[in-house]
Design a binder for this molecule. Sequence first.
Ligand SMILES: NC(=O)C1=CN([C@@H]2O[C@H](COP(=O)(O)OP(=O)(O)OC[C@H]3O[C@@H](n4cnc5c(N)ncnc54)[C@H](OP(=O)(O)O)[C@@H]3O)[C@@H](O)[C@H]2O)C=CC1
Ligand SMILES: CC(=O)C(=O)O
Ligand SMILES: [Mg+2]
Length: 764
Amino acid sequence: MSKQSKRIEALVYHAKPTPGKIKVVPTKKYATQRDLSLAYSPGVAEPCLEIEKDVNNVYKYTAKGNLVAVISNGTAVLGLGNIGPEASKPVMEGKGLLFKIFADIDVFDIEVNTENVDEFIETVKNIAPTFGGINLEDIKAPEAFEIERRLKEELDIPVMHDDQHGTAIISAAALLNALELADKKIEDVKIVVSGAGAAAISCTRLYQAFGARQEHIVMLDSKGVIRNDRDNLTSQKAEFATDRKIDTLDEAMQDADVFIGLSMADIVTPAMLKSMANNPIVFAMANPNPEIKYQVAIDTRDDIIMATGRSDHPNQVNNVLGFPFIFRGALDVRATKINEAMKMAAVKALSNLTKEPVPEQVNMAYNETRLTFGRDYIIPKPFDPRLIAEVPPAVAKAAMESGVAKEPIDDWEKYRDSLLERLGSDNKLVRLLLGRARTNPKRVVFAEADQLDVLKAAQVAYEEGIAKPILLGRKDTIINLMKELEFDADVPILDPKSDEQLERKNQYAKAYWQKRKRSGVTIYSAEQKMRERNYYAAMMVNEGDADALVTGYSRSYPTVVKPMLELIGMADGASRIATTNVMMTQRGPMFLSDTSINIDPSAKDLARIARMTSRVTKMFGIEPVTAMISYSNFGSSENPRAEKVKEAVAFLHKAYPDMIIDGELQTDFALNSKMLQDIFPFSKLAGRKVNTLIFPNLDSANITYKLLKELNKAESIGPIMMGMAKPVHILQLDASVDEIVNMTAIAVIDAQEREKKQKKSLFS
Ligand SMILES: NC(=O)C1=CN([C@@H]2O[C@H](COP(=O)(O)OP(=O)(O)OC[C@H]3O[C@@H](n4cnc5c(N)ncnc54)[C@H](OP(=O)(O)O)[C@@H]3O)[C@@H](O)[C@H]2O)C=CC1
Ligand SMILES: CC(=O)C(=O)O
Ligand SMILES: [Mg+2]
């Protein structure tokens, strides 16, 4: 993607469909007059009075305890400098988004229009009663030091300037690990710090707390080396003034072991890197552009241990790894401060976690085959789900031990479980899906590539390395749309209606005719059929010219399924095809089957659908807990419709006793484990969280998934086709770009699985 289209993509991302990245969502019922009288007047007066009696009750009756203010005046926004409060808002909203997705902390971002230290402090103090914590952000030094010091002193909630301490914690963890790999001791290494602002000063102080020596440190600001003979140094800069008679970064870098960049883009040259000691450690952390480009650094020294603040290279040393988890731990014990002990505990937790085996889902999310502690992995990845289970408990424990916790935790196991529960699984699932596809992208034929959204999805799949697209459709239209989208890729474009590739088309026609010649197909009609995109695409997959097929965007489901069945047929041993939809609901992902194919499945069909769905559920890394649903509960009706479900369950219990499956059950009992446990304690599902629902017929399944999609706005992956002989996946009419991308990933994984298992697919 060109620089210009990346710029446009970023602007559109922020502008559409709703401007900005954050909104406020009520957490209580508000449907009836009664609800409103509780939420607001007169009911609301009761908690007000309780809080008036004891101010600590504010944590009991309001959102304060989970609400953090991300506050800036816009004076040091990333490396963009003093761009003002309004211009800082996208960054502050971004921090809010990260707080939420990584640690389930709610954020109000607040941009304050003053550069005056006293005014800023007064503003924050005056709004502090609203919040459980204050995250100061992108405020320039030296004002940032005074602001943080006074707010810490004067407020009894945790206050942290993220650019100082978040950065210090993450970079210290990465530095300790990098030193271990370079076989150097922190006490011995020569450190050059470029930047003497909020981030640089605090990072260097923390390295000293871990053993770095003052006499080994050279710090630079915009005027050059901070020497003790320089005039007008701030007290913070004076702390690091050197007596060495050097002036420039060039000189400072000679024989240095470590370079810490928290200053400006592109100020380090390859020649400077060459002059560093062996196994140099270079953390070029200026955002968005580092002090030296990652690739330039790697090309200059092959013994380098290199990190940047960016997510698009290995070793992202960025405070995103810290602030969500540090505040989570602090809020959960209602800490009055974030103190040195808590920071050190976070450093150790992060540094140790890097050396643990990395879960497969992290490898997949980052398109890595095997992340292991080493030069390209000196710090955990932000999407590592273990972070929330490891860092907050370490911070919370340190808060308790250092005497700043007002609400100590006693059951740590329960606390860890509650932390894991906080992580939404919907995005995780999509990430897993895309990550898994990326590990081995396959050739996917898009049968309707002349449709704008299909082409956009093919572009995303190509650019994200999910698939190798083959574009089918009107060639002129595709080429024009590609230009418009700046989809600049050398991918095959084929038009079945044109006379290009005639030889291939004739070969497909012949193969089709061979297969169907006793079913009324003549060689002439076969040739005609190959002018139709779905027939042509299906033959591409059949003949091994493509690995998978995605179609159905512009035509009704049955009109697409028919030719696919005719040409491709069912997998060996399968006697049914069916589809499952993964719905991202509030209780987590739910698998619903069969949503598209079998109008009135028999008991045997239902059992098959349940088996196939279990395999897909497992493919997503989820252990299937399946309810066979009905309008009846365990024989409460003798109607054949209920009997059919019962029969399917009896068959499955006998044939596959290990399956966690039961029924027939009504949906509310299936989804409410307490109700099920109370009334039907004998059920295999009692006390378990059901994640898979097999419906008795197409009416109920299709209606339910569409209801969920429209009423609850639940994101859906699917319908995922199960039981076909080849990886063929059919979109819903008018699917969105995201849905097409997800389906492409499914098609790729399907092809990968078949390759691995040689036809014995998860999907069959
Ligand atoms: N990766 C991460 O997690 C983080 C990265 N950062 C990045 O660090 C940088 C600084 O942020 P922050 O400390 O908050 O900002 P500040 O404004 O507080 O500090 C900026 C510092 O950079 C110095 N500087 C400017 N130009 C040069 C130069 N050519 N050579 C050496 N030093 C220079 C300034 O010098 P002077 O004092 O003379 O003005 C100042 O000391 C930004 O790029 C920011 O994006 C910050 C926090 C986290
Ligand atoms: C990451 C961050 O906080 C910064 O660059 O300012
Ligand atoms: Mg910042």
